[in-house]
Design a protein around this ligand. Structure first.
Ligand code: URP
Ligand code: ZN
Ligand code: ZN
Length: 467
């Protein structure tokens, strides 16, 4: 059935105006003042609401075998949590370990989502080793529509690759026109520091941050940028957490390296004192790169405002408390990660736009449009334009609430932002014109989410600029 959204205020990355939106066959077919309403059209009154393009989370983990266990979500749970929070597209990291077959893993990850997701989805393909078979496997995966890679400079012997493998991956990526996302921490230094701290009897979650200090992330970011510069490939630093790493990325950008930066929700709002809480309370907040000294938050917010940070994702990676307790005797065994897929939009809106002076258009850009452009989804996603998918967030800026572990929707038993106030939330969320959420409640249909096939980007083959 066609849908008409009336009386709302459209806000995109570069525009703001009052207009109606008409949706037919899953796409936006008209935008204008006082649009006609043909018989049989459903109507949503968006008076006093903002209308954003559906938000895109460029970094989530839903199915993830990791550190001797599995992240807790499924596509049924994670996609509903995402939608209630205003995220209509997720890009999941497909992460085989070094010992897994990449092609088998890729199809296994796709199977987890097919027919289960309530929102649209894509993948970044992790390259966790580079051997004689890798090139043809990656060509097949790119031809299937997964036109972005992921590499880990950390997690030695599990996801991590060495410099030679990084070089080969970037070289191939440049030939194919594929962007490479990277977790930038020095694996060797992390491993040495972990051993040293444990040997000194420093076993609690508060030692996770000292085992991966800021300088170790700055080294990884610098090295990644140097390899991008040398190969001419296009890269994207994931979950950048601290000022020294930011400085490395900004310096690389300034000298023309094709590098973009993602920071993730926890690093904007939480600091390392959370992981210093007693026992499992601290373990809840163990992720990598770790929560940092609070001074880094100001640096990240400032960088978001200048565009030095391109996107805000979540690195959603939920575990239950009993899984976190696997690390009760050694912080190195605490599964790394925390949830955030539901909370990202409302928290960045509240603490960025409402309370922090973040420009509303930059907010839309960083949480939607920029990711769409970088990862080959634009203008199908990340835009409110004729022909775009009708993924829309009718947003109520007057809503007031408090986040709570008792009500959050991810499939794990705590919310990392328990007790945080929010000022605003989605009132209606559509996926290709289908109403999936109304006022914090999923009212739609599970399983309608589509796999998004993405093409390589010619600009990533040559010397053009990312984004
Ligand atoms: O702690 C984290 N970030 N867990 C998920 C894996 C990763 O490094 O992104
Ligand atoms: Zn990572
Ligand atoms: Zn991650």
């Amino acid at each position: 059935m066609p849908l008409l959204i009336q009386n709302g205020e459209i806000v995109t990355a570069d525009d703001r105006y009052h207009a109606d939106i008409y949706i037919e066959d899953q796409t936006i077919t008209a935008i204008g003042k006082s649009l006609p309403c043909p018989p049989g059209t459903a109507i949503i009154d968006a008076a006093n609401k903002l209308i954003f393009p559906g938000f895109i989370d460029p970094h989530v983990h839903i199915y993830l075998p990791f550190m001797g266990t599995f992240a807790k979500d499924t596509y049924e749970t994670a996609s509903v949590a995402a939608l209630v929070g205003g995220t209509t597209t997720t890009i999941e990291m497909c992460c085989p370990s070094r010992n897994d077959d990449p092609l088998d893993s890729y199809y296994l990850w796709k199977q987890q989502a097919a027919g289960r997701s309530a929102s649209d989805y894509a993948f970044h393909m992790a390259v966790t080793r580079f051997d004689d078979a890798t090139e043809s496997q990656l060509r097949e995966i790119v031809a299937d529509g997964t036109a972005s890679f992921k590499i880990f400079l950390s997690y030695k012997n599990f996801f991590g690759i060495d410099d030679g493998e990084m070089y080969q991956t970037l070289h191939l990526a440049r030939e194919l026109g594929v962007i490479v996302t990277a977790h930038c921490e020095n694996a060797e230094l992390v491993s040495r520091l972990q051993q040293q701290l444990l040997a000194e009897g420093k076993t609690g979650p508060e030692w996770h941050e000292p085992s991966r200090p800021e300088i170790v992330e700055a080294e990884g970011t610098t090295r990644f940028a140097t390899f991008l510069e040398t190969t001419g490939a296009t890269g994207y630093v994931v979950h950048l957490s601290c000022e020294p790493a930011l400085n490395a990325a900004v310096a690389a950008k300034a000298r023309g390296v094709k590098i973009s930066v993602e920071s993730v929700l926890p690093h904007f709002l939480l600091d390392k004192t959370y992981a210093e809480r007693e026992g499992v309370e601290g373990m809840k907040f163990v992720m990598s790169p770790p929560l940092r000294d609070k001074r880094n938050q100001a640096a990240l917010w400032a960088a978001l405002k200048t565009g030095a940070v391109d996107t805000v994702g979540t690195d959603h990676c939920p575990f239950d408390l009993d899984q976190k307790l696997m690390g009760k005797d050694a912080f190195t065994n605490i599964p790394n990660g925390m949830p955030g897929i539901e909370e990202r939009v409302n928290l960045i809106y509240t603490y960025g736009v409402k309370r922090g002076g973040l420009d509303l258009h930059l907010f839309v850009d960083a949480l939607s449009t920029r990711a769409a452009k970088l990862f080959g989804l634009y203008p199908r996603k990340g835009a409110i334009a004729l022909g775009s998918d009708a993924d829309l967030v009718v947003y109520d800026p007057e809503y007031r609430g408090t986040l709570s572990s008792a009500t959050h929707l991810a499939n794990n038993d705590y919310c990392a932002f328990d007790g945080f106030e929010i000022e605003g939330r989605p009132s209606v969320v559509t996926v290709r014109g289908k109403v999936q959420v109304r006022d914090g409640v999923f009212v739609g249909e599970k399983g309608i989410g589509q796999f998004l096939r993405r093409q390589p980007n010619p600009a990533y083959k040559g010397d053009g600029h990312a984004g």
